[in-house]
Design a protein around this ligand. Structure first.
Ligand code: HEM
Length: 422
């Protein structure tokens, strides 16, 4: 699918789009829009902004009318030069998981889901605890030398990547984690950012190198091991056919990016908010129910400030949303983050109530057929890491004012969390 919706730099986008302010501010900007125009077209991208909780959930539940085919397309038009760099690397993202409305989705979801089952996540808990403990040790050591340290650098940037490689059976040194993190962050910016011409070319070169590396891992895979590359290389569909080179490489490309960047962003957002509330941080450090309370805090952060702030869909046929008639081919931007503060769905929506009683699920992980496969992993590693840090570093306090945020079309989180101990 090619998109007709690209960011136009000559037109002002809705202020909530690409905002590098905290997600709560983004949600308030969308709330103002929701009051006047629950479904409206953004002039700079041509995307239809869907702002009400009920409308977003209805769209996510109907993947036949509202297809994910445009979910992974670049919002900034790729220049011919950037396209050439990708073509030279034989780079292609056929419909696989989050961008797949076809019959093959179920089988590919099953293939990927084996790495993120509740049992596999459960088995990974001792490893997650060890990683969280050593992260706390890194912070303590850094604070001994410097009254101002960054938790993104010391904790949130790497830990989710280490957990992902463990879940994928790739933690025997075959993957350079800092390279993986750099490649993944640049790919997010290529597809969901607003890079200028030169910047886009550099991002395309990074995505091309990442894609080539995955293809080489798949070529080298024996097909015997339990790791991602071996399992994908060995996969055969019902007719006994293997995945094509593009299918296998893009499946791994998506999982290797989706599997840690968003969780790093969740952890950064959560730590900034929880350390910023001394009473909450104190309670999180309690040995008795620290981890269970951390789970409740993570859910409340996912409702209020989820890392995936928006997600796209395209209409396969005309439809009406909030009284607005939309033609086939119309492209939607589901304001996931703002749905968590929709008064029609959540009482006292901007209040941080970890113990709030609600039967209404937030939409941070999507809803329906494409519900996030990594939700259990993300929740578990976030809760354990937060509780461990609070227990080991009860005196942590935020140092600086508001750090810059990522500010991509669909992703947002603090890029730095400066802390000290008081
Ligand atoms: C806080 C962390 C995370 C958030 C907020 C998040 C959010 C999302 C969202 C919004 C979707 C799209 C749902 C849709 O299209 O309806 C999604 C899909 C997906 N996520 Fe996550 N995700 C997170 C972590 C992870 C992790 C750790 C993994 C593990 C690899 C993962 C793997 C996936 C996959 C494979 C899909 C595609 C599912 C499909 O289309 O069938 N995510 N995620």
């Amino acid at each position: 699918m090619t998109s007709s919706c690209h960011w136009n730099p000559d037109v002002a986008a809705h202020p909530a789009l690409f905002s590098d302010a905290p997600t709560e501010e983004h949600a308030r900007q969308v709330a103002a829009l929701r009051a006047e125009h629950p479904v409206s077209q953004d002039p700079a991208t041509g995307l239809w902004l869907v702002t009400r909780y009920d409308d977003i959930r209805a769209v996510l539940l109907d993947s036949d009318t509202f297809r994910p085919d445009n979910a992974l397309l670049a919002i900034t038009r790729l220049s011919p030069a950037a396209k050439q760099v990708l073509t030279d690397a034989d780079f292609a993202l056929p419909a696989m998981l989050a961008n797949n409305s076809g019959p093959s989705h179920a089988e590919l979801r099953r293939l990927s889901a084996q790495f993120f089952t509740a049992q596999r996540v459960e088995q990974a808990i001792p490893r997650i605890r060890t990683l969280a403990q050593s992260a706390a040790g890194r912070v303590r050591a850094a604070l001994a030398a410097d009254p101002d340290v960054d938790l993104v650098e010391l904790v949130t940037a790497e830990l989710p990547g280490q957990v992902l490689l463990h879940l994928l059976g790739l933690d025997r040194g075959e993957v350079d984690l800092s390279q993986l993190i750099d490649w993944s962050a640049r790919s997010l910016e290529l597809f969901w950012g607003r890079p200028d011409g030169e910047g886009q070319l550099a991002l395309a070169a990074s995505a091309a190198a990442f894609y080539r590396w995955i293809a080489s891992q798949l070529d080298a895979a024996t097909g015997a091991g339990p790791d991602l590359f071996s399992v994908v290389a060995a996969h055969r569909d019902l007719d006994g056919a293997p995945l094509s080179r593009h299918q296998a490489t893009s499946l791994c490309y998506f999982v290797l990016i989706a599997g840690h960047q968003t969780t790093s962003q969740l952890l950064a957002t959560a730590l900034r908010r929880l350390i910023g509330d001394a009473e909450v941080w104190r309670r999180l450090g309690q040995a008795t129910d620290g981890e269970r309370f951390a789970q409740a805090c993570v859910e409340e952060v996912l409702r209020l400030e989820p890392p995936v702030t928006t997600w796209r869909r395209v209409l396969s046929q005309p439809a009406t949303l909030a009284g607005v008639d939309l033609p086939a081919g119309a492209e939607l931007l589901l304001m996931l983050a703002a749905s968590g503060t929709d008064e029609a769905a959540f009482a006292d929506p901007y209040a941080f109530h970890p113990t709030r009683e609600t039967k209404t699920p937030h939409l941070a992980f999507g809803y329906g057929r494409h519900f996030c496969l990594g939700a259990a992993a993300a929740r578990t590693e976030a809760a354990i890491t937060i509780a461990t840090l609070a227990r080991e570093l009860p005196g942590l306090r935020l140092n600086a004012d508001e750090p810059p945020h990522v500010g991509l079309l669909s992703f947002n989180a603090p890029t730095r969390i400066a802390v000290g101990v008081f």
